[in-house]
Design a protein around this ligand. Structure first.
Ligand code: BDR
Ligand code: CA
Length: 311
């Protein structure tokens, strides 16, 4: 499978990325970084340290540093200044070099060079993807598929109505959902079915290497987000669509219409999901609804990561 990752690392972004690098037969053409969990300078720095820590060859490009229309928001209030939910641990490796060129241009070039082949996975605010679609209107039609972590059928996390990636750039999300391509949406509702907890932290640490120790500590910080809210486990956000790409038969996706609320006083950034039959005439999305035996799927992802980290 040929892939491109658009991301705002973010610890769960890191897991999604490393998982993509760990599935046999998959080829990740590039990573474009966007502002989201933290300002671009920070998410890019995180990406370049992740690349360095794991010795990854995939080129990393700097993308857009602010939303299309609204003032910037980040998730640093929840995830800390580095946007990585670290509990004291720092990624203290020297950063790898950033690749030349803008992330949006690199994405456009990669898709045009591989027409009909690239699956674009976007796990941050959709600013880079929307900008690519605005600059290259042929792009949606040249993708194999577009898969996102974002949105929700059941209420938000950034606000009562909006999931963070949509909340951080609603105009970009509206552009992407209106692009004419079918968006495969993995929102909060499906990610709640794939959770990580203490056993997964132990599993990563048990891989034994320094890399595994670092990642295990960060996973502990990520699980802590849930612990602080009285839960023993935390939704596995960005890796969930990666798991779907490896196990498509284990997910039920429903065809429907998703519109982005842009003007609601209490609901801006909401993904309004019309999954009634009549919406099919205007369908623009496949919305992930159910995962079969979610805990097994999480175990699969952890085993893949542990095997990669033990090398
Ligand atoms: C999404 O927001 C970010 O904080 C995570 O990385 C994920 O992409 C979950 O709402
Ligand atoms: Ca993310």
């Amino acid at each position: 499978m040929d892939l491109w990752l658009d991301t705002d690392p973010g610890f769960d972004d890191w897991m999604a990325w490393l998982l993509m690098e760990s599935v046999p037969g998959w080829r990740l053409h590039g990573v474009s970084v966007v502002a989201g969990n933290a300002p671009l300078e920070t998410t890019l720095g995180n990406a370049l340290r992740i690349k360095s820590l794991h010795g990854l060859a995939t080129p990393v490009y700097a993308g857009c540093d602010r939303p299309l229309a609204q003032p910037q928001v980040t998730a640093q209030d929840v995830l800390g200044i580095d946007g990585m939910a670290s509990t004291g641990r720092r990624l203290d490796v020297p950063p790898a070099a950033v690749s030349a060129g803008h992330g949006v241009t690199a994405l456009i070039d990669a898709v045009r060079a591989n027409p009909g082949r690239i699956t674009l996975l976007a796990v941050g605010p959709l600013t880079n993807v929307a900008t690519a679609f605005l600059l290259a209107p042929d792009l949606p039609g040249l993708l194999k598929s577009l898969v996102i972590m974002g949105g929700s059928t059941v209420g938000g996390n950034a606000t009562a109505a909006a999931e963070f990636n949509i909340h951080a750039d609603p105009e970009a999300a509206a552009q992407v959902f209106g692009s004419g391509t079918t968006v495969r949406m993995f929102g909060l509702n499906i990610c709640k079915q794939l959770r990580v907890g203490d056993a997964h932290v132990q599993r990563l640490r048990a891989a034994g290497s320094d890399e595994a120790g670092v990642m295990g500590d960060y996973l502990d910080g990520y699980v802590d987000i849930g612990r602080r809210q009285g839960r023993t486990a935390q939704s596995l956000y960005d890796p969930t669509p990666v798991i779907y790409l490896a196990h498509p038969g284990r997910f039920e996706l429903r065809m429907g219409r998703v519109d982005i609320e842009l003007s609601g006083r209490h609901t801006r950034g909401m993904t309004v999901c019309d999954l009634r039959g009549p919406a099919l005439a205007r369908a623009n999305a496949m919305v992930a609804m159910e995962a079969t035996r979610g805990p097994e799927l999480v175990d699969w992802a952890m085993e893949r990561l542990a095997a990669r980290l033990a090398r």
